[in-house]
Design a protein around this ligand. Sequence first.
Ligand code: MTE
Ligand code: MO
Length: 544
Amino acid sequence: MQKLNIGVGVLSGVLLTAPLLGIMYLANEWTGLPFAPFDLFDWITRVLPGPLITFGIDFMIDALRLMGLSVAGTAKTAEHISAVLNFFAAGAVVGTLFFVFFRFRAVWPDLTSGLVVGALVGLPMTAISIAITQSTVQPLLIVLWQMGLFLVWGVMLREAYIRTNPGYGLLSADEGQPDTVHMIDRRSFLIRLGAASATITVASSSLGNLLSRAARREIEDERDASMTHQTEQSIGPSFPNSDDPVMPAPGTRPEYTPLKDHYKVFIRTSTTTIDGATWSLPIFGLVENPQILSLENIRNNYEPRDQYVTLSCISGRIGTSLISTTKWTGVSLQDILADIKPTNKARYLDMTCGDGFHETVALDLIASDQRIMLCYDWDGNPLPIDHGFPLRIWIPDLYGMKQPKWITEIEVVEDLNEGYWVKRGWDPVARVTATSVIDTVAVNAVYENNGQQLVPIGGIAFAGARGISKVEVRTDDGAWQEANLRAPLSETTWVLWRYDWPFTAGNHVVEVRCTEGDGTPQIEESRGNHPSGATGIHGKEARL
Ligand SMILES: Nc1nc2c(c(=O)[nH]1)N[C@H]1C(S)=C(S)[C@@H](COP(=O)(O)O)O[C@H]1N2
Ligand SMILES: [Mo]
């Protein structure tokens, strides 16, 4: 027998996995059957221990930043790529093991061997898909579809083995023809396999991509038809602070985030889609009056409240893009609980979500703050799918990790059930840390005043519901100078600040710090995001 060629095993695994991926992707876009690589990735991230996940996410975010990419815009793409690469790696490993196994056993794999390998891979993968998928396709169909695909994959792997190993077609390898003949056979087989693999993969994934674009356009058209955005002008007469004289320095981010730019964070590789027409919210447990509320109930039977809200993610670093502002509309949880009537024993609301996320909020906290609400609108329109349609909670002063989207169920309970990220080692309270950021040193907007050259510097400061009383800027380690504050959109949004600096030409370092509403200074010491949110001074270099 010829010596073992591991490369051929790896190559066969990869060449067979590519069309499998393409076909699964097409089926996913076409009929909503699960896309196994994403299910596998979601499952892995759910079962891995918290610190490892945090390490993985941090690693990915650092890598994106090193590549100069926007974290808010590319994190999901990076996850999707990882999920697909994972799957390729698994295909390559199984292919290699198969080749090694049969080479060392020195027997020809029969058809059953192919089916067994297909089943060995297909069974756990299908179990994972069934357990975690958000697909609405019948589970039995999912099982048949995925098992079918993997069995074919296994049979093809066996085919690749016998076609690429000398002695193919002969009873005994020892009676083989001269090796050169087999080498030609092998090469031409691999070329044909490569061509078939490429054809199927490209055709199925292009078709899947077309279907995906068409579906997205349909959703967007539907939304656009019924929407009037408040976001057309980032500052305009419709905003409560429109008469404030402090104008943001040129280059400052929009005070009101255009909806499409609002940062997104969710635990799964793909978004969670809930049908608003059939969705209803059971509120039950330790209550006198359990209820199942429809979206219409919630919208019509309770007084709506509007609130301009800045939301931020605990995993953001200093200067992060994982912070945004929009207008939230919903109903006070106090109003809903007045109807539901929790019993004396009740202490928490345990919220379950469509994507498997969950969090708990204390009834004491709700009683202390009328603003805590169940929200159904953002920017005057139903919540975007990615942002939690049809319902999410808002709790002032806390990071996003405490605020579930896509809520499907609320149980009133006595015992604390630690939330998804709390179980994974993040801060159980997750109060936002005060933070201030320089968005711009507007070197193109330098102007003269009384013979002095000034450069506008500006950005945001945010301390949750505690508000901002002061922002200070210093340059080149000089004395801290107080910036002008623009009135915020509300007491729960970031504050835009501006400082016009009388500079001298040269290279400079500009830094910013803020003070909370009650005089508490921002923590200046540099601290990473985990477990309680990043702290430290944000700085920027500028050449003037
Ligand atoms: N159901 C659900 N809710 C969730 C999450 C999630 O993954 N699933 N992520 C949380 C986190 S960590 C953040 S920062 C915010 C982000 O909300 P956004 O994507 O609307 O900006 O949602 C929170 N609520
Ligand atoms: Mo987050």
